[in-house]
Write a protein that binds this ligand. Structure first.
Ligand code: DGY
Length: 351
């Protein structure tokens, strides 16, 4: 191996001026065009690098890890990291990190924008106007649902959920209900203006339900036909988390048959492929996973990922302590276990 400079790979075009300083510490390979890697291509890219800066497009599991013997750090540019097999990374001693906090308010903004566009039928109305269907102003045109004064339900009450709660409670005078794996401290509930309820109550009482929970085995299709049946037929559903949280066929069926008023989706199970059943609907707003997509926030996410990667590979002011590592404890335990095993082997050999 010698003492070559560590190698770092950046999987997608990000912001050159933010990424290039990685070259101060590492041999840097960037990617000029948006690329959809096959698992084989991804494994090849990772085969000889010490660290990688990746996005949600790149799925890293046991096979990719096995093909990457030098890999020590993965910096995910995004807060959600369901594209990573964190247990497998930890077992291999690879530090993984994500980009929380910097995107909280921007993503909460988009959640609210999508809620308003959906409940007030903004994109549907625009399509209708552009189609030349607006013959005369009328009282019955594009009647939607009120936001102000209604009941906002939030499923998943992390930082982004709390940002949405504040907007609803303080900006729009909404009654805000939430459900989360763990209840927030009372002081936080009071600050964000939200009240904890069980999932059934949330589904039954929300006029608008926003999904902001992490995607994992227990949240897969948590919004299925049975959950949709518990919601008000006049309700709006908005998903800015991950597509797999919603059973999209059940949702399309509920929207087509008047069992739910409207939906706003920023994320999709098979994205970028969208089910024809969703595309065919009138009462749905669809955006291409742009929750955190403001100039300033996307730059801040890349900067945080760069800082994480530099630190995870033992360089810079946070050397050894990436600002937002996901699995630091598990990696330390795995490395300590491996070191213990090596020490035992050496001791055994000496006996
Ligand atoms: C996130 O940060 O998880 C967003 O979905 C974009 O990556």
């Amino acid at each position: 191996m010698g003492d070559r400079r560590p190698r770092v790979w950046v999987s997608q075009p990000l912001f050159d001026d933010v990424v290039e300083p990685l070259g101060q510490h590492f041999d840097l390979t960037t990617t000029g065009e948006v690329t959809a890697y096959t698992p084989q291509q991804l494994a090849e890219q990772l085969a000889d690098v010490d660290g990688a800066l990746i996005t949600l497009n790149e799925r890293i599991g046991a096979a990719e890890i096995a093909a990457a013997p030098r890999l020590r750090a993965i910096a995910n540019v995004g807060v959600g990291y369901n594209n990573l097999d964190v247990d497998a990374l930890s077992a291999a001693g690879i530090l993984a990190s994500n980009t929380p906090d910097v995107l909280t308010e921007t993503t909460a903004d988009l959640g609210f924008a999508l809620l308003m566009a959906t409940a007030r039928r903004i994109t549907e109305a625009e399509r209708w106007l552009r189609e030349g269907q607006w013959g005369q102003w009328s009282f019955q045109t594009m009647l939607g649902a009120d936001i102000h004064g209604s009941t906002l339900g939030i499923l998943g009450m992390g930082r982004i959920g709390q940002g949405i709660a504040r907007r609803g409670a303080l900006g729009f005078g909404m009654r805000v209900l939430y459900h989360n794996r763990s209840r927030l401290p009372q002081a936080t509930e009071a600050e964000v203006g939200a009240q904890y309820v069980d999932l059934d109550t949330l589904l039954a009482q929300a006029d608008h339900l926003l999904l902001v929970l992490p995607y994992n085995a227990s949240s897969h299709h948590i919004i299925d036909a049975a959950a949709l049946a518990r919601m008000k037929p006049t309700a709006t559903l908005v998903n800015i988390a991950r597509g797999g949280i919603v059973d999209e066929l059940a949702l399309a069926d509920a929207l087509a048959n008047g069992r739910l008023a409207a939906a706003g989706l920023d994320v999709f199970e098979g994205e970028p492929n969208i089910r024809p059943e969703l595309l065919a609907l009138r009462n749905i707003v669809l955006t291409p996973h742009i929750g955190s997509a403001s100039q300033a926030t996307r730059r801040a996410m890349v900067q945080l990922a760069v800082d994480n990667l530099v630190a995870a590979l033992g360089k810079g002011p946070d050397a050894g302590n990436p600002p937002s590592a996901i699995n630091a404890d598990a990696v330390n335990a795995a490395l300590a276990g491996a070191a213990g095993a090596v020490a035992k082997k050496t001791d055994d050999a000496k006996r």
